[in-house]
Design a protein around this ligand. Structure first.
Ligand SMILES: [Zn+2]
Length: 696
């Protein structure tokens, strides 16, 4: 059902799909949520295209929400599936010379395979070509006909095959107002659904249930569309065979949208009228708590679907939540633009958690968001490799080294520990509220701000220094610092599990806490980590991605798009660029190896970078050199913006005597090439190096 937006026959009003989204309406949590169960659905994906990261985005969001509900102990049912009927499929199969069922089997298998690989936890997968769905749709059709909401009439109009609907234009092959493709004149006897009878009922329902359509922009669009007048909707076709036959009139098949929307109830067993039919799932989980949809299919879900349910006398879903579009480097992904990105590429190079984290952290849910490989790798390195990954490996390695691999006991907290504990408690409450309000990005931001605070806390309290001392006070202090770090790590791991399930499963077991799937977060609080817990086997969780990762992903996408990879390979690689050698130092003043050894060069990681007020050339940096974080002032502001430097590895002279510049103390020096008349260029590494490593 993920298709371009469409209009019902006779309608002259179009909603612009370009209207930008607001942040999903804040301050409106699921007030009427029945806490004993939770049912969430993705749209069922149309099998005219193979899965790409746009599909993955919707599915990941639903998966995170479903996992969160289960973590809260709520009986959760999560449904996804594929929409497999309609003219487009029939024609695509004809063009490929295969039966439509074969086409849908192949594409549906591709979706199911991807979800499995991404660890999506759907409880069921519905295909609209399954018998259980067909019988449910026919039952729904019968119900509406018996209640007088379906009648037969003849209709002539312009039909858009691409959008699978009649459009309001005049003239043979007039262009479709939705997609611009030429339309076809069709005259058929059709079954019509009395949508016009529901205009006032729908408006009254929207008014009484402000939480029904989210975010606010979509709700307003829907209301103005309904106010403009609803006409009856043609819900059958006699011009194609690839669909579900109208009960009692097999010369017609049921309109693909009517067919598709019903999946939300047929998957639960609605319409299993036979003696063997089981409707216990329907009785338990319907109505749905959340139908997650792309903004282009809002009208189908917020107008036609509730009207259908009202006509059948069935309860309405509690909310329909629309997200924005995922753009690739600022433009909409589409087959014709050739800029569709496949999830598999990212899974191959960075893993599923990298994609999941990026999409939920980077995009404000409800708004359009942009995807690029550069942004993905940057986010991955900053937040996962250097953020959570570094916190885990630092903390667990030191507990192994200094505490025999057992969680130490904390002693009386100082202000520093109290501050961390307080931030953690605020985070637990905030995360709950933000996540339930679909503000995934802000929820993750809050969790990662705790990661940042603990990082600073570790640097300030230097457990590696305490660990080298043998006096009792240092031992006691060491235990407190490492306990605090490990407890914060545990909380961030617990909260972010629903977003990054693979890596948090591993960190959890490295913390010695067993199976994270058993974790219930209802009672999550500070200081639940038991001293004496033996750590599991310590392994790195997020290996840092180097620059070749971006190139590799671009290349993989190129190869997948290119019809003849051999041609692409024939393009000669560019010649390596050789820089002219720099002029050697004048004279023959040579130094001995001992002279060189006096200079302590170390690898540092830039944690903070900012401009210095009143000094055009200076940047103030905070550089982590493994054992500590140094403030260093560097005269590189004309060549480098501060923001992109954060997360970058640099070479520093670590044993330079401190000096003051503009009233700020500089502890060390950043190594850069200084080009005659040009800007400085920072020294760096092609391979990954660990922070604090010495150059010699
Ligand atoms: Zn069209």
């Amino acid at each position: 059902m993920m298709k371009d937006s469409a209009v019902p026959p006779g309608s002259s009003k179009h909603l612009s799909p370009e209207v930008s989204g607001d942040e999903v309406a804040a301050n409106r949590s699921c007030a009427n949520q029945d806490m004993s169960k939770f049912y969430i659905t993705t749209p069922i994906y149309y099998v005219n295209a193979r899965p790409h990261i746009g599909h993955a985005y919707t599915t990941i969001a639903c998966d995170a929400i479903a996992r969160r509900q289960r973590q809260l102990g709520v009986d959760t049912f999560f449904l996804t599936g594929t929409d497999e009927h309609g003219q487009k499929i029939e024609r695509a199969a004809q063009a490929a010379g295969i039966p439509p069922q074969q086409l849908t089997d192949e594409v549906s298998a591709a979706f199911q395979g991807l979800w499995k690989r991404m660890g999506i936890t759907n409880d069921d997968y519905i295909r609209t070509t399954e018998p259980r769905h067909k019988s449910g749709v026919q039952e729904l059709f019968r119900q509406l006909r018996d209640k007088g909401y379906i009648y037969k009439d003849s209709y002539e109009g312009q039909y858009c095959v691409f959008d699978e609907m009649y459009v309001d234009v005049v003239g043979a092959s007039a262009p479709c107002p939705e997609c611009g493709r030429p339309t076809e004149t069709l005259k058929e006897e059709n079954y019509f659904f009395k949508l016009s009878a529901f205009q006032d009922k729908l408006l009254a329902y929207y008014a009484e249930h402000p939480e029904f359509i989210r975010p606010e922009t979509r709700r307003n669009e829907v209301i103005s569309f309904v106010k403009s007048g609803l006409r009856d909707l043609s819900i059958s076709r006699s011009t194609l065979q690839w669909g579900i036959p109208v009960p009692g009139d097999p010369s017609h098949v049921i309109y693909v949208w009517f067919d598709a929307l019903a999946n939300y109830i047929t998957a639960l067993g609605y319409g299993s009228s036979s003696a063997s039919g089981d409707t216990s799932r329907y009785d338990k989980y319907w109505p749905a708590d959340v139908h997650m949809v792309g903004k282009e299919i809002v009208r189908f879900h917020c107008v036609y679907w509730p009207a259908t349910l009202m006509a059948a006398g069935l309860p309405l879903p509690k909310s329909i939540v629309a997200h924005g579009w995922l753009l690739f480097e600022e433009s909409k992904m589409s087959k014709s633009r050739g800029n569709i990105v496949r999830a598999e590429t990212i899974l191959d190079v960075l893993g599923s958690d990298a994609l999941r984290y990026f999409l939920l952290r980077e995009i404000v849910f409800g708004q359009d968001g942009s995807f690029s490989f550069d942004a993905l790798v940057q986010r991955y390195n900053a937040d996962l490799a250097n953020g959570l990954g570094n916190l885990a490996s630092r903390t667990l390695t030191m507990i192994t080294r200094y505490c025999g691999g057992v969680i130490p006991s904390p002693s009386a907290p100082t202000d520093a520990e109290k501050a961390i504990a307080e931030q953690a408690l605020v985070l637990i409450a905030e995360y709950d509220r933000l996540f339930d309000d679909y503000q995934f990005s802000r929820a993750l931001e809050a969790a990662w701000s705790l990661v940042g605070s603990v990082d600073k806390y570790i640097v300030t309290n230097a457990p590696w220094t305490l660990g080298e001392k043998t006096d009792e006070a240092s031992r006691v202090r060491l235990g407190t610092v490492l306990y605090t770090s490990a407890e914060a790590l545990r909380l961030v791991t617990a909260l972010s599990h629903v977003v990054i399930p693979d890596s948090t499963t591993r960190i959890w077991s490295q913390l010695g806490l067993g199976d994270i799937r058993k974790l219930r977060v209802n009672k999550l609080t500070w200081a639940q980590l038991q001293p004496g817990t033996a750590l599991g086997k310590i392994e790195p969780v997020f290996p840092r991605a180097d620059k070749t990762a971006i190139e590799r992903m671009h290349q993989m996408e190129e190869e997948r798009r290119s019809p003849a990879p051999a041609e692409a390979a024939a393009v000669a690689p560019a010649a390596p660029v050789m820089a002219p050698p720099a002029a050697p130092v004048a004279g023959d003043a040579k130094i001995t190896i001992d002279d060189f050894a006096k200079i302590e060069l170390r690898v540092g990681l830039v944690k903070v970078a900012e401009r210095v007020k009143g000094a055009d050339k200076l940047l103030r940096l905070e550089v982590d050199i493994g054992t500590e974080v140094r403030q260093i002032l560097a005269g590189i502001a004309e060549a480098y913006d501060p923001e992109p430097l954060v997360g970058r590895k640099v070479v520093i002279v670590a044993n330079l005597a401190p000096r003051k510049l503009r009233g700020l103390e500089s502890n060390g020096m950043i190594v850069a090439a200084s080009l005659e008349g040009g800007k400085p260029v920072l020294a760096g590494f092609l391979e990954d190096v660990s922070v604090g490593a010495r150059l010699k």
